[in-house]
Design a protein around this ligand. Structure first.
Ligand code: ZN
Length: 373
């Protein structure tokens, strides 16, 4: 019986306590509910919040191609040279000189001996020791049939972009640094005979500086899809063995580069996202062969696939109270400043309340940190 009595009393005390806690004293006026717009936000932070910084890296497959037009292409066992076709003049004979590098510089002076030693004033032997058929020289005139060379090279880009975001629009500026590893240029015709063209290029190092615009056209759960365009300049190239510049800019004229891509963004929080971005890059340049008086146009097209992170500077700061365990955006009594309860990398659904039973800073791996985030 005593036990029942005890339980009954405890129950009564509990009801009483609950009543006092819930019930309002007569004359009590609850403070007006604060609106979000009344709360203080640092205006500099709010402005900076419109900007995002994105860093990416990845892989690029670079397609180089050029076409030789209106030149004689000669190949001997030791070299390959081109000589412009002059209308109305016969093809050169004897020892001729031409350009041997028409990609990254204008190298003139390599010679090739076209003298036909088998042109003798008597009937040739049926099976001479030096059979003219065995001559290794190859020549072709590219006025009737153009000769194309192609190379697939590999590149590693590292880029950074600063965007200004307004609604679904974004505009900004950035830089990409690119390390390229060349493979030789293969001919598209006479593949059996013409050797690959191998300009002297050690790994090259390009810099791109660009302006960019974009539009976020689709949101799906926590994913966003944005189309982005870049236009800018491509510079540099680096040096061969640290000495001679790889690209001779006295003879090379670069056009602008254009890049079109889709940024696929996984929004981990309103301030932090992981992105994957495939893009296509188009660039052309001309190599002026000064001695020959012609220019060779080159195409440099790249398919990039890049991944990285993008952050916005938070418009509000982290709650400064070390004992505070609120995960939502909040303001404390007596202070009008709205603050965050989560690090920027943590997603916090504002409609959900507390997302995690324990605040991230108290989790096991962070509990001994002096400044947990
Ligand atoms: Zn707090």
């Amino acid at each position: 019986m005593k036990l029942f009595k005890l339980i009954f009393i405890l129950f009564g005390v509990w009801i009483l306590c609950a009543e006092t806690a819930l019930g309002q004293k007569p004359g009590f006026v609850p403070p007006p509910r604060r609106k979000s717009s009344d709360l203080y936000r640092n205006p500099v932070r709010v402005m900076l919040n419109q900007f995002s910084i994105t860093g990416t890296t990845g892989y690029g497959l670079v397609m180089y191609s050029h076409e030789l037009n209106n030149v004689y292409f000669y190949q001997s066992q030791s070299n390959q040279i081109i000589v412009p076709i002059v209308e109305g003049e016969p093809a050169p004979t004897g020892v001729i000189a031409g350009n041997s590098n028409w990609f990254n510089r204008s190298t003139y002076g390599d010679t090739l001996d076209l003298t036909n030693y088998f042109e003798v004033p008597y009937r040739p032997l049926d099976e001479p020791v030096f059979n003219p058929e065995l001559r290794r020289e190859f020549s072709m005139a590219t006025d009737t049939m153009p000769l194309k060379f192609r190379s697939l090279s590999h590149s590693i880009p590292i880029g950074v972009v600063v965007h200004f975001n307004y609604l679904n629009f974004r505009a900004g500026a950035g830089a990409t640094f690119e390390r390229q590893y060349f493979t030789s240029f293969k001919p598209t015709t006479f593949k059996e005979t013409i050797r690959p063209f191998e300009p002297e290029v050690s790994p090259v190092f390009f810099q791109r500086y660009f302006a960019t615009v974009g539009y976020k056209f689709y949101d799906f759960w926590s994913y966003s899809f944005a189309g982005e365009a870049q236009i800018g300049v491509l510079r540099g190239g680096g040096k061969i063995k640290g000495e001679q510049p790889i690209y001779d800019y006295a003879v090379i004229q670069r056009g602008a580069f254009f890049n079109l891509g889709i940024s696929i963004e996984k929004n981990l929080s309103e301030y932090f996202r992981v992105i994957v971005k495939p893009s296509f890059d188009y660039h052309t340049f001309n190599t002026n062969l000064t001695e020959a008086g012609i220019a060779i146009p080159h195409k440099q097209q790249t398919f990039f696939i890049q991944a990285g992170v993008s952050i916005n500077i938070p418009d509000i700061r982290r709650c400064p109270l070390p004992s505070c365990a609120i995960q939502l955006k909040h303001a404390h009594n007596g202070n009008n400043e709205i603050v965050r309860g989560q690090p920027i990398t943590k997603h916090q659904n504002p409609k959900m309340g507390q997302n995690h039973r324990k605040l991230f800073r108290y989790k096991w791996k962070n509990r001994n940190k002096i400044e947990p985030y």
